[in-house]
Design a protein around this ligand. Sequence first.
Ligand SMILES: [Zn+2]
Length: 476
Amino acid sequence: MKKVPEARASAAVRRVAVSRYGVPAVAGVDTRSTKGPPMRAAVANSFPFTAVVGMDELQLALALAAISPAIGGVLIRGEKGTAKSTAVRALTEILPPVDVVPGCRFSCDPGRPDPTCPDGPHTGDGEPRAARLVELPVGATEDRVLGSLHLEKALAEGITAYEPGLLAAAHRGLLYVDEVNLLHDHLVDVLLDAAAMGRATVERDGVSVTHPARFVLVGTMNPEEGELRPQLLDRFGLTVDVVASRDPAVRVEVMRARLGYEADPDAFVARYDGPQRELAERIVKARDLLTEVILTDAALRQIAEICASFDVDGMRADLVTARTAVAHAAWSGRTVVEVEDVRAAAKLALPHRRRRNPFDAPGLDQDQLEEAINNSTPPEDPDDDPTPGGPDGSGGGDAPAESPETDESAASTPSSPDGEDAVPGPAPSGNVAGSSEPYKARLLSVQTAGAGVAGRRSRALTEVGRVVGERGPGRA
Ligand SMILES: [Zn+2]
């Protein structure tokens, strides 16, 4: 409880500290909060994460976000029918359990309970609870998301009842928004606030409740149904573009898995018991290893060079790439970040941050990434002379290398079908700078401009001549 300006309200708040357990039920307050919002915690027989076929990059991104929540979540873009949601929902089963304070509706960590927890103060031991995936419906009310304060009770009976919302339930877990691009604007603002502060705050009539809300945000969307607001897009650490494989062999595997699961879920899930457990253990190990991973100066420099070459906005891309590279090294069982970690991280962290032209393909150009890596200083040999130039030795030192776009346009010119009347339309040469943000025109006015007669134009101070538009003496 914070910021209680009125004496009446503060009395109410004092009461709630005493009455945090049980009393809301006595006071006739809806007790749904004890049951909690809908969430998934190891639903029996749901489709196993490791049985998802042909989505390696998606699985890797989710695993990395689970290993290092600081990466900031995953946005999954893809056409419908690609089982994006299935993969996300299956993730909870391989996540390690979370240690919580028993009875705390805000999932306090028993090691360091939140001193401002509405259910606190806490003492005593924690207990493990299954990892949670809380789904946020796109049409949810703000009360549902933030929680609701029942102030009528406060005024009438001196009791404040706060019913935690989805953000409280998602604390230390995953918050999943399907069709995140269709999320209502007011909820986007709520999400952005929570993500920025790591807390959720509900305020009503001078009474406010605040609690920690740190979660891994996972969103899925079909880009055909609209794009995401840039501020929200930026909040996602990683993005993955999912497309159904065009390889018949992979499609066969997808069908085989799905049909096998539908025919006998029990047997199917049992078959993946081993892989599931292996993956869960791998994530736990990687989490333990995370703090030991060394990000050398050279690796940092390589990340900076790659991000700069992709012309990203701001510094968030660099930070996310660095965190992801560290998580990838831990995931691979290593304690030093290597070039393959940087490559994997850049592939996931940069696609939605680079400036792009409207007709650019989604995702990251693989060739451009390889070129950026080749041109950057490799982390393995930190004392090597930072001279660009790949193993082929053709790198021209400091000379600005020809951009691939230039090569392409040059190569495509002779291949035009009709060389004669085809207007040699100058192919847009490389990077076209995007327009800047539109802004409102401002009226600039000067007070007391002069002493002349008010005319259609500005007044003038001089005594000779005539103000433009002013009637001269010679004219009637
Ligand atoms: Zn607590």
